[in-house]
Ligand binder design. Structure first.
Ligand code: GRG
Length: 296
C-alpha cells in the first residue's frame, strides 16, 4: 500500500462529504454560512473523520451511514479551533495556513461561526435518522457519544482546566487530565462512533475508546513538540504559542527527548491493542504509525 496516496484519496473523499453537508450560502444570514465554509474548508488533516471512517470499516461498516457523523465531527473540531483562536482565548491570527475566522469576519462573527458549527454538527448528524430509519439505536448511541465527548466531561471540560491553568505550573496528573479531555475526547468519539455505527459490541467499543485515548494523548504531546521544533510555514499556525500563553506542556515538564519517547510508546501501545481485534485495517495501522512522526 502506498500510504501517502491512500491518505490523499481519503482526504478528497472527506472534503466531498464536508461540502455536501455544509449549508447553502443564502438568506439574510448568508455571512454565517460563508464563515462556516471558510473555516471548515481551510484544509487541515481531517484526522477525526478519517479515524471514524477507518474504524467503521474495521468493524465491517459499509455505505453512507457514517458520512453525516464524519461531517459533524469535523464541524465540532473546527468550531473548537475557531473559538480557541479568539482574542479571549489564544488570540491567534493564523490557522491551517490562512487568516483565522475572527480576523476575516470580525470577532462577533467568529464567535457565531463557532456556535453555528457546533449546532449545525447536530443538525447534520441527526440527518442519519431519516436516511437510515432501521439504524435508530446505533444512531442514538452515536449521538450520545458525540454530545458527551464534546461537552463538559470531554473537550470543553479539558479546555476549561487548560484556560484556568495558563500562567500556573501544573502537575503531570492535571496535564494528563487536560490532554485526555481537551484532545483525546474528540478522537475517542470519532473512533467509537465508527465502531458503534458499524454495530460493534460494547466490549469492542470500550477497547476502541482506550486505543483512541492513547492516540489523542500522543497527538497532543506531538503538538507540544512541534510547537517548539517546527516552523510557521510547515504548521500553518503560530509556533511558540505555548510559551506565549505560559502553558505547562509535556516538553516543559519532561523535556523534548522524553516527550518524543512518550509519543512513540503510547502510540505503539495503541497499535498493539488494535491488533487484538480479529479484523485488520492496514491503512489505520499505517496512519497511527505516521502520526508518531508527523510534521504538522
Ligand atoms: C470548547 C470553547 C471551546 C474551545 C476550544 C479543545 C479546544 C477548545 C480548542 C482546540 C485547540 C487545541 C490546541 C486543541 C488540542 C487538539 C489539537 C492539537 C488540535 C489541532 O488539531 P489538528 O492538528 O488540526 O488535527 P487540523 O487543522 O489538521 O484539523
Amino acid at each position: 500500500m502506498n500510504f501517502k496516496e491512500e491518505q490523499v484519496k481519503r482526504v478528497e473523499i472527506i472534503e466531498k462529504i464536508l461540502k455536501k453537508y455544509l449549508p447553502a450560502k443564502e438568506g439574510h444570514q448568508k455571512v454565517i454560512m460563508e464563515a462556516m465554509e471558510y473555516s471548515v474548508m481551510a484544509g487541515g488533516k481531517r484526522l477525526r473523520p478519517m479515524l471514524m471512517q477507518e474504524t467503521y470499516k474495521l468493524f465491517g461498516g459499509e455505505g453512507e451511514l457514517v458520512e453525516p457523523f464524519m461531517a459533524a465531527m469535523e464541524m465540532i473540531h473546527t468550531y473548537s479551533l475557531v473559538h480557541d483562536d479568539l482574542p479571549a482565548m489564544d488570540d491567534d491570527d493564523y490557522r491551517r495556513g490562512r487568516k483565522t475566522t475572527h480576523v476575516v469576519y470580525g470577532e462577533a462573527m467568529g464567535i457565531l461561526a463557532g456556535d453555528a458549527l457546533l449546532n449545525f454538527a447536530f443538525e447534520t448528524a441527526t440527518k442519519a435518522f431519516a436516511m437510515f430509519p432501521e439504524k435508530t439505536l446505533e444512531i442514538g448511541k452515536a449521538l450520545q457519544v458525540l454530545a458527551g465527548k464534546a461537552g463538559i466531561y470531554g473537550m470543553i471540560g479539558g479546555q476549561v482546566v487548560d484556560v484556568e491553568s495558563a500562567g500556573n505550573s501544573i502537575s503531570k496528573e492535571v496535564l494528563d487530565f487536560i490532554y485526555e479531555l481537551k484532545t483525546s475526547a474528540l478522537i475517542e468519539s470519532s473512533m467509537m462512533i465508527g465502531a458503534i455505527l458499524a454495530g460493534a459490541d460494547e466490549t469492542s467499543v470500550k477497547t476502541i475508546e482506550k486505543i483512541a485515548k492513547n492516540i489523542g494523548i500522543a497527538f497532543q504531546i506531538q503538538d507540544d513538540i512541534l510547537d517548539v521544533t517546527s516552523t510557521v510555514e510547515e504548521l500553518g499556525k503560530p509556533i511558540h504559542s505555548d510559551e506565549k500563553n505560559e502553558k505547562t506542556t509535556y516538553v516543559t515538564l519532561v523535556g523534548l527527548e522524553k516527550a518524543k519517547e512518550y509519543v512513540e510508546n503510547i502510540s505503539m501501545e495503541a497499535i498493539q491493542l488494535l491488533e487484538t481485534f480479529e479484523t485488520r485495517d492496514a491503512f489505520l495501522k499505517e496512519l497511527l504509525k505516521a502520526l508518531i512522526h508527523r510534521k504538522k
